[in-house]
Ligand binder design. Sequence first.
Ligand SMILES: O=C(CO)COP(=O)(O)O
Length: 242
Amino acid sequence: MYFDLPTTLSYVRGVLQLDGDAWNSRIDLFIIPDFVSLAECGRILEPSSIMLGAQDTFSEDKGAYTGEVSPLVLRQAGATIVEIGHAERRAMFGETDETVANKAGAAARNGLVPLVCIGEKTHHSVASAAVGAAIQECTPQVASVLAAVPDDTDIILAYEPVWAIGAKEPADADHVVNVTTELRKLAAGRKGTTRIVYGGSAGPGTFAKIADSVDGLFLGRFAHDIHNLKAVIQEVGRASSV
Ligand SMILES: O=C(CO)COP(=O)(O)O
């Protein structure tokens, strides 16, 4: 909800026009606009390989759930990804691990890639304690989702420590590496791909330091400026080609 409708559409057109060499075929880019803008964004992005996502979904496909948004309709409207359980949904709208898991199952049932946000609420000042506490808090968030989706579903886990969202700086690289390395083990042996992206004040310089343990970034405010977005994509391209 940072953008209004015209701003979203002009932003998406701008991303489409980014220089062709801003990213290479090894980088997947997704944009996740609000529900109302989604279908029009899909039409704009159609000629490109940029993926479209929704910011939430309901857990049922059809029925008496006035005001909710069906994962079936999201798929029909052009979404291929759906974000679930963002920290704001959990904090302000009462979403629990169970709600999130049900939504992830609904996304998978409809052929959408669930992009599930996980992350600890607070940050301990002692680094070693912070890692252990984060793993403890995130483990049930991940486990409940893995139990709710078929084993061959491709999923994305967005590790977003709540305290690092909307902050001045991203989480410390060592913290991200240590936590995501452990969380990745929970998905070992799955048939589907499990990608982990980092979010929370991510920007220039964030990816290179954590590239060994994460597959990408989930950019918020920093990406609102297309030039910033382009700079980060180029940086990710450099870091992932070495
Ligand atoms: O919540 C986020 C992405 O979902 C991160 O937002 P910021 O990068 O603005 O902190």
